[in-house]
Write a protein that binds this ligand. Sequence first.
Ligand SMILES: Nc1ncnc2c1ncn2[C@@H]1O[C@H](COP(=O)(O)OP(=O)(O)OP(=O)(O)O)[C@@H](O)[C@H]1O
Length: 811
Amino acid sequence: MPEKVHTHFGDSDEDSFTQTPNPVSDQVAGQEIARKKRRSKKRKHDETADNTQPRNGESIPDPEPVPIAKPTIKEFTPEGKPGDIPQPPPTKTQVAKHETKSKPKSFSDTKTNFAPLRERANALYELRKKLPIFGHADEIRHKLRAHDVMLLVGETGSGKSTQIPQFLVNEFWCRPTPAQIPKEDGSTRSATVGGCIAITQPRRVAAITLARRVAEEMGTPLGSSSPASKVGYAVRFDTSVSPSTRIKFLTEGMLLQEMLHDPWLTKYSAVVVDEVHERGINVDLTVGFLRNLVSGKKEGRGGVPLKVVVMSATADMESLTGFFQEGFKIQEREQKHVSNGDAAEKKETAKEIAACHIKGRQFPVKTIYSPEPVHDFVDAALKVIFQIHYKEPMPGDILVFLTGQETVEALEHLVNEYATGMDPSLPRIQVLPLFAALPQVAQQRVFQPAPPRTRKVILATNIAETSVTVSGVRYVVDCGKAKVKQFRTRLGLDSLLVKPISKSAAIQRKGRAGREAPGQCFRLYTEKDYLTLDETNTPEILRCDLSQALLNMKARGVDDIVRFPFLTRPPREALEKALLQLLNIDALQDSGKISDIGLQIAKLPLTPTLGRVLLAAAENGPDCLIDVIDIISCLSVENIFLNTTSEEKKEAAEMARRDLYRREGDHLTMLATVRAYASENADRKAWAERHLVSHRAMQSVMDVRKQLRTQCRQAKLLPRDDGSNHTSDPAPILILQSFLRGFGTNTARLVPDGSYRTVVGNQTVAIHPSSVLYGKKVEAIMYNEFVFTNRSYARGVSAVQMDWVGEALAG
Ligand SMILES: Nc1ncnc2c1ncn2[C@@H]1O[C@H](COP(=O)(O)OP(=O)(O)OP(=O)(O)O)[C@@H](O)[C@H]1O
């Protein structure tokens, strides 16, 4: 499995909301306060009459901006006046930041700028009312007033992700609440708890696009574009929130990261876990931590409850109910044990798990199966795309699900080639790829409307499978397969395998159509094959390297892994392997407790192995670290070199890249490529084309490189003035030895029959044809990735010496 760093590519896609915040005159701010007071009074009255909100669904929240100049700061009282839309208190830095950010503009500008937001919100309100979930708003609110945990099942497109946070945000329990939090010395400190809702998503694309949509529906600017913005998002390397943020979409990984600093999630009144059926490791850890939080005594929240909503279209809600109930039962037993009375019993009887089932979807989606099994899904998808394009009326964009970057790019090429020969009287075709390693700006292009008389054809991996609405899509083409990580216990490695998806994933893919109008889903497999698919995704925790998950837990104070509430308990063997791996890279002490190195690694946005490499490089000095960052940045994208399928192309690539290839192997070759690309000042795109290097991938590399450098400076691994533009020759030995500190177990030695055998496990492994070392015989190799297609391949390979390997494995 390639070691991944996640990328951040700025927020340039948020064009409509990037106005500079406007300072507000005192007079206008005064009016604003008066208006809020009136609202506050009215709401107080409403609440006294009936502590419920009489509306069905959520009325359109007033999109008028809350001004951020001096008067507004007064409103950030810890108590949060009833009726006010409560605001978390801004920190001094936040205030200072926003004050300096604000460019002088007149209030009339603000009005002009926000009026369209309000109009748009009004228009969207009409659409929201038609969503199946809308009629359940009161039921959901009532249930959550009585219960802390709710499980919600609703079909794809029923409105879960966009509406639930809006239904809840004005609930009384969702206000910042003053609390007394015990300190270690037995005293207490005053703090404000709650005020925000977190909605977790498995993927960054979904988190960003949902935040944008909900901001539109609420008529508020998005994220950090205005201090008045109520909706924000946080994905790795890219956080866009304001001091007024009340609804925050974030990846599960980001919530876990926040828990490192704030284990009680004191910022939040509710956490909504969306798309739980995906069962990635992070969602499993998230629900485990949340169960502990809701069923425990909440002392770190000063006793203020945290509401948890777990949602999906297809999850097994029965086992989730059992999972949360078990948490309450354990707590009840423990309390009984302590108090030995009925008080605890009474307290626990109210802690049932609420459930809500939303029936129906807004628009039907017709399923069309392939009559025969398909052997080449790229070819089959090509045919279906043009069949739709020739037969089906406009508008109607097409979303195709493929397995990975390679198949996306192969089909992109084919569709473009065919489209050039099309009858010019037909509408045009615009092909847009969508995969994780694509720069964010390119990913966001998918969400922009197609030009006139043009049909968008989006070629995506499963990153578009859940939660995402691509406006305009009426047709989904599903290849029925996905690349999945699979841990090969014997080798102790993750590999990437192409496997059939589950029924649940097929339902999600189909659900990407029929969101704005009726749709069609073309399954490139037979109905018989569909019926043989697994019902649900195999939880990642059962099939992946667990070292990152374990480090995550250890860093959050979970020392006794066995007692952690796993949604599905991973096999003992995999846990032991992961513990061993963490011990190997010095992330744990011999006692099993996290080490200082482990703590440092946990704070890096990298896998433990790459984190270890980074720290080892830092020990070798800033020059080495700067070079290692370049290489790690390349490992974060699927392939920086363009595919060379034919022999002819291969030869051309060899010629073009001659000056980049390094005899030491792929790592130094990547470094040479990044250095050459970065020093190209004239035309980087042309340089990339000349060298058959992917310009798109290199843009991502440059972005990750920048982020990692910043992160290393913040972590004091790099000095402020690190000479990052250094031109001194790289030190290959130091670089490769740094990599071995993380990848010591990913090594193989040459044996007399000319093959390579892994140092750990003694398995035969071949150098992948994409490697610059392909066909070469060296004493030993180190590799980043182990892929299994028709045989076992090592990818990302460099030549190393056996005594370095020995040293690395000895620690
Ligand atoms: N970015 C968007 N552009 C256009 N319409 C959108 C967008 N996001 C949501 N919608 C509309 O809101 C509806 C509900 O979306 P939402 O994501 O809340 O549903 P969901 O129940 O969470 O679906 P899923 O389970 O598929 O994630 C969509 O079907 C679509 O009509």
